[in-house]
Design a protein around this ligand. Structure first.
Ligand code: NAD
Length: 269
């Protein structure tokens, strides 16, 4: 059951939406209703796989050298979640708001591609996209075919116990770029820099918005968690939509406790 602060609050948020453009900053919570567990929530992937190992490039490589089957299990579990997930009413509502001209863009920390699948056109993916490859040197990107990805996962499981067969498979799947460096999955891992261009565009968007929706994020991952402060400093109203208070609740002008998939459609009524 959604718990809106008050009907007056909703009306005043709607009137702010008429005054200028809004921006949405989303986190794992918006995709929870699509079946993708949040990072810190119960039953998530990270209860089974230690993020210090599986979200860290060096540790991933060293685990691959010692126990390649662990990497195969991790990638299979991750992609079986991501390949099955479909956008939910929260994602669709944001796409509709953009189409109606009341939302400038979505800035997301998610890697699940669901905002794109829902039809949002201006999406800044701060932490990358699991369905893209990115050159590790020049940051050139290319899309990943979902069927080819599913095929890779099947083959990986077949060769699970042979490091050499897996290496051959990976070298076919992750080609070399024209700059001669290799492509890798476009996910920003722990300790890695964010794409400067994407982060600057996200900063520009929050600096120019009149309202920032803060949706389904615990607000502890930086530099993403810095963006609401920048918006606030420029005078934007901050509206939090989360089923629990977050680390950033104290700077929000409105707090709507509940599920993003139930609350966001209210704004396109
Ligand atoms: P988080 O897991 O730290 O926090 C999720 C937040 O969403 C919590 O505050 C929780 O209360 C809230 N929430 C849960 N269900 C909700 C719902 N139905 N509606 C509204 N709010 C809901 O997530 P984070 O702040 O995004 O940080 C996690 C990091 O892990 C990010 O960097 C992200 O890249 C990554 N991650 C991504 C995905 C994904 O792509 N879907 C999933 C898990 C983790």
């Amino acid at each position: 059951m959604m718990a809106l602060t008050t009907k007056e609050d909703l009306d005043s948020i709607k009137s702010w939406l008429k005054k200028g453009k809004a921006v949405a900053l989303t986190g794992a919570g918006i995709s929870a209703e699509s079946g993708i567990p949040t990072f810190r929530g119960k039953g998530g992937l990270w209860e089974k796989y230690d993020p210090e190992i599986f979200a860290n490039a060096e540790e991933l490589l060293s685990t691959f050298r010692q126990k390649p089957e662990r990497i195969v299990d991790f990638l299979s579990d991750l992609y079986s979640l991501l390949l099955q997930a479909k956008p939910n009413p929260g994602h669709f509502a944001l796409a509709k708001m953009e189409e109606k001209g009341i939302l400038d863009c979505v800035i997301t920390q998610n890697i699940d591609d669901l905002h794109n699948l829902a039809g949002s056109r201006k999406v800044f993916e701060l932490h990358g996209n699991a369905f893209h490859l990115r050159c590790e040197k020049c940051f050139r990107r290319m899309g990943l075919d979902r069927e080819k990805l599913a095929d890779l996962i099947n083959k990986m499981n077949k060769y699970k116990n042979s490091k050499w067969k897996l290496l051959r498979l990976f070298s076919q799947f992750f080609p070399k770029c024209t700059c001669l460096a290799r492509f890798r999955i476009d996910i920003v891992l722990f300790g890695e820099m964010l794409d400067y261009d994407i982060l600057s565009k996200a900063n520009q968007a929050v600096n120019n918005c009149s309202l920032l929706f803060l949706i389904g994020t615990s607000g502890v991952v930086y530099p993403a968690a810095q963006l609401p402060f920048a918006a606030k400093e420029k005078g934007a109203k901050i509206v939090e939509i989360n089923n629990n208070p977050s680390e950033l609740s104290y700077i929000c002008d409105y707090q709507i406790l509940g599920k993003a998939g139930e609350i966001l459609p209210e704004f396109i009524k």
